[in-house]
Ligand binder design. Structure first.
Ligand code: PFF
Length: 454
């Protein structure tokens, strides 16, 4: 059994390390794969506007709340609640987060595996000479297979487990510092290519011109879910990371910077994808495969596309990796601190059991594509349930906990670093977490489930 010394927990080594690791968790397939596919299915501009509203009103305050809980609690998602609310059932929120982590990683690793396949396809130059219909067809053939998608998924889970096992500072910090800014630069280059394609303007209009006739309560719930998913909030990943953040870090600044970076990347991903969608005669509501069908088309149409495609998919895989390690870390930190496992055992048990469920998600595009519950495949259910249900409920409970249970003093102490920092937005923050965020989340739920009708 491992000897656990809570006074000597791992922590992030520098201020930039905190931002890099948290941004690493936030920025990932959620921005580049999920945002375009959900925006595309939800009608574009109006969805994007609502999404931005949720980032500001709910996303940033919940992220900050999670940091406060984690840094104050100095434990995993479950333990932090137990420590801050002894004898009360708030730890169940942490437990729910751990369940959400299982579901998220199970389906996320499917898509992460696809990025590895696309690195290979880029290297072997297999997009070369194919037109849009052929690129779509070759994606579909790969996606509906069995052996390759599962192999890539397992390789990706193995990589994640290896990094999580090697510890916080060394593993997470080093891998994010250099590569995330590089991804940013590459996305900008791709945006420039996309907006100069013939017919690009139609895509930009789709993304930025709101058409409110497309808005239903279901779309509003999608926007809320996407905001939560993209910022990694609602399941304790940021509570766990918050517990590794040093006492001198300005939590508000970190939350704002990370949310800004995350939102910028999602919007840029939209600018990179939608002009190309229209230019190549594809449809924005293509679904889960959207970016994997569109991106090769862009590479085919640009000078140096061969090299750009290799670098891009490598960086996308890394962005996915810095997110998957944050999800697995939630599970591992719980196993280590609560169930007293060694880090190695916790990592192996966590990643093997998640992979076992994950295989069913991958097969949802192949052998299990006809197996549907509520008209959704296993993958579709995991994706919907985690992003649109579990994360918003988690976010709701987190702000209620902070606003109504933990008390103002803890918030003031954590935001001002025990009185050493000024905090001009304190009053606004408290107002949002006490009233605005919980009411907004509750309303979206009640309306989108039809419990309340307008
Ligand atoms: N935020 C990540 C992304 O956008 O790819 C996904 C994610 C990571 C969701 C961690 C939830 C989480 F706890």
């Amino acid at each position: 059994m491992a000897n656990i010394d809570f006074s000597k927990r791992d922590s992030f080594g520098s201020k930039f390390g905190v931002i890099a690791a948290t941004a690493g968790s936030a920025v990932g397939l959620g921005n580049i794969w999920r945002f375009p596919y959900v925006a595309g299915e939800s009608g574009g501009g109006a969805f994007v506007l609502i999404y931005l509203g949720f980032i500001l009103l709910i996303g940033v305050p919940v992220m900050l709340s999670e940091f406060i809980i984690g840094r104050r609690g100095q434990q995993n998602a479950f333990g932090s609640f137990k420590k801050l609310a002894p004898g009360k059932p708030w730890y169940l929120v942490g437990l729910m987060g751990i369940i959400a982590a299982f579901l998220i990683l199970a389906f996320y690793s499917t898509i992460a595996g696809w990025t590895l396949e696309y690195i290979m396809q880029s290297i072997t130059n297999s997009f070369n000479g194919k037109n849009s219909a052929e690129l779509k067809q070759s994606f579909e053939i790969f996606q509906s297979g069995t052996f390759r998608p599962i192999l890539w998924q397992l390789i990706f889970m193995g990589l994640t487990a290896w990094i999580v096992f090697s510890g916080i500072k060394d593993g997470i910090e080093k891998s994010t510092k250099i590569l995330m800014p590089l991804l940013f630069v590459l996305i900008i280059i791709l945006c420039i290519r996309a907006v100069t394609l013939p017919g690009a303007i139609e895509g930009l209009e789709f993304l930025f011109k709101p058409d409110f006739s497309k808005i239903t309560w279901g779309v509003v719930l999608e926007a809320l879910g996407q905001a939560a998913f993209s910022l990694s909030i609602g399941m304790g990943a940021l509570i766990t990371y918050g517990s590794y953040i040093g006492k001198d870090n300005n939590l508000s600044t970190t939350a704002i910077q990370v949310s800004l970076a995350d939102t910028a990347i999602a919007l840029l991903a939209g600018v990179m994808i939608f002009p190309a969608v229209f230019s190549f005669g594809l449809k924005p509501d293509e679904g889960f495969g959207l970016v994997f069908i569109v991106l090769p088309n862009i590479f085919e149409q640009m000078a140096g596309g061969y090299f750009f495609s290799i670098i891009f998919f490598i960086l996308l895989a890394v962005a996915a990796l810095t997110s998957t390690i944050s999800v697995l870390e939630v599970v591992v930190a719980y196993f280590v601190e609560e169930l007293k496992m060694s880090r190695k055992k916790a990592t192996i048990i966590g990643s093997v059991s998640i992979s076992a469920i994950g295989v069913f998600c991958t097969l949802s595009f192949g052998g299990l594509s006809n197996f549907k519950i509520f008209n959704k495949t296993v993958f579709g259910i995991f994706d919907y349930l985690s992003a649109n249900i579990l994360l918003p409920i988690g976010a709701f409970l987190i702000v209620i906990f902070l606003g109504w249970f933990l008390g103002k003093k803890v918030i003031v102490d954590e935001l001002s670093n025990n009185g050493t920092l000024k905090n001009r937005l304190l009053g606004l923050f408290i107002f949002i977490i006490k009233f605005i965020a919980p009411v907004a989340i509750a309303m979206v739920f009640l309306y989108s489930t039809g419990i309340i009708k307008l």
